[in-house]
Design a protein around this ligand. Structure first.
Ligand code: ATP
Ligand code: MG
Length: 392
């Protein structure tokens, strides 16, 4: 729902606003740039301006620009709005127009906010605005005012010389602008979990370097296709960042792990995988590794086993889904459109031993795995290639 004549989008951020003023200014500039890139990527005309505490898009396609804003990390909500001069008569007129177009029985409220110097305050806007809405609809309807539980809210935000009138707030992802944190290598398998984990890290500001381990006979061609599709989908949220998928040729190495290990195999596999990721991180300037692991999801994902496998690398292993139930992860995957109904069997199912250990001591893991496991990882990392990110 947007007011007639809408020519702007009011964009709100959240956590950016609790920073010191210098940090906040930097983050707002980044948000502005990311949103401008998002608009360009989608072919939506618009100029993005940064105002203290807000980002504003001037556009003749406020619906599409609002959708772009609500896919931009750091955006808490966005509203298609009409901008008018910050005087009571102009605000009254815009509210009356909006009411004639959108009011349809029931209770309404006017909700005004104000920042800057004006010869009126927000109470005046509420009073005058309520009067204007009432006057506009009263010839046709029997309006009522309900400030606590209105059927429709006419919102006004007065900022210096301008006032914005809008009718809805569409939710964005929240978080921080992408690029406001350092990059992380994201291990993406093409399953359900890892795209969500990567997205969550991006949401908090870290650009990701997506890395897929091609497991050769233990994987499958469609796994790689899913990983490529994941990288492509994630890049929709980050058009001004390079999210090209890195593919590591891990088939031979994994074959050796399969031949030489037993009940501790999945732990050695993870230790190997993190180590490959560590090398890729060094090359890419990334400072940590993101995985889609969740506490207790699989035998290799117990708290005890995390304690063991994490010792393969000095880099922190970040697990954004640590406390998430599968159903929550699936809901998120659907929302960000990385979920496919035909979700294929992916990951390490072919590799897993019949009786994996849930609490394998580090000594047994080390005793069983190939002595040159870190060299294997180094070689595999040297063979990493980039897959082209192609259009859907
Ligand atoms: P997902 O967790 O993505 O749904 P999955 O459940 O098959 O896939 P798990 O066995 O749960 O994978 O592996 C846990 C995590 O390890 C994944 O979320 C992913 O981060 C990483 N991972 C597993 N296999 C691969 C792979 N072939 N390439 C890159 N990362 C992988
Ligand atoms: Mg998983």
């Amino acid at each position: 729902m947007r007011p007639p004549g809408a020519d702007a989008v009011l964009v709100r951020h959240g956590d950016v606003g609790v920073k010191s003023s210098a940090v906040q200014a930097g983050m707002e500039r980044r948000l502005r740039d990311n949103l401008a890139a998002m608009l360009e990527d989608r072919g939506v005309d618009g100029d993005v301006e940064r105002e203290w505490g807000r980002v504003i898009v001037r556009t003749d396609d406020p619906d599409a620009a609002t959708d772009a804003a609500t896919d931009t990390f750091g955006v808490v909500s966005a509203s298609p709005a009409i901008s008018v001069p910050a005087d009571l008569q102009a605000i009254r007129d815009a509210l009356a127009d909006a009411a004639r177009e959108h009011y349809d029985e029931g209770a309404f409220a006017v909700d005004a906010r104000r920042a800057g110097e004006h010869d009126f305050d927000s109470h005046d806007v509420n009073r005058e605005g309520g009067d204007a809405v009432w006057g506009a609809v009263e010839p046709v309807f029997e309006p009522a005012v309900d400030l606590d539980d209105p059927d429709i809210t006419f919102s006004v935000e007065v900022r210096r010389e301008e006032a914005f009138v809008f009718l809805e707030k569409r939710d964005g992802p929240g978080g921080l602008p992408l690029g406001s944190q350092d990059p992380l290598v994201a291990l993406v398998s093409g399953g359900i979990d890892s795209p969500v984990a990567a997205w969550e890290a991006m949401k908090r500001g870290s650009p990701i370097v997506p890395l897929y381990l091609d497991l050769g006979p233990y994987g499958g061609h469609d796994h790689r296709a899913r990983a490529e599709e994941t990288a492509r989908r994630l890049s929709d949220f980050a058009p001004n960042f390079d999210l090209g998928l890195r593919v590591a040729p891990a088939g031979d190495a994994v074959q050796r792990l399969a031949e030489e290990t037993g009940r501790t195999r999945m732990l050695s596999y993870r230790r190997f995988m993190y180590r490959v990721a560590e090398h890729v991180a060094e090359d890419a300037g990334a400072v940590g590794v993101v995985t889609g692991e969740a506490l207790g999801q699989k035998s290799s994902q117990t708290a005890a086993n995390f304690a063991v496998v994490d010792r393969a690398t000095d880099l922190p292993i970040h697990r954004p889904l640590f406390t998430h139930d599968k159903q929550e992860i699936i809901a998120r995957a659907r929302a960000i459109e990385t979920y496919r109904d035909s979700t294929i069997e992916v990951g390490c199912n072919k590799l897993a031993p019949s009786q994996p250990l849930t609490a394998a001591p580090l000594e047994s893991v080390l005793a069983d795995e190939p002595d040159d496991i870190y060299d294997l990882a180094r070689d595999v990392a040297d063979g990493v290639e980039r897959a082209e990110v192609t259009a859907p």
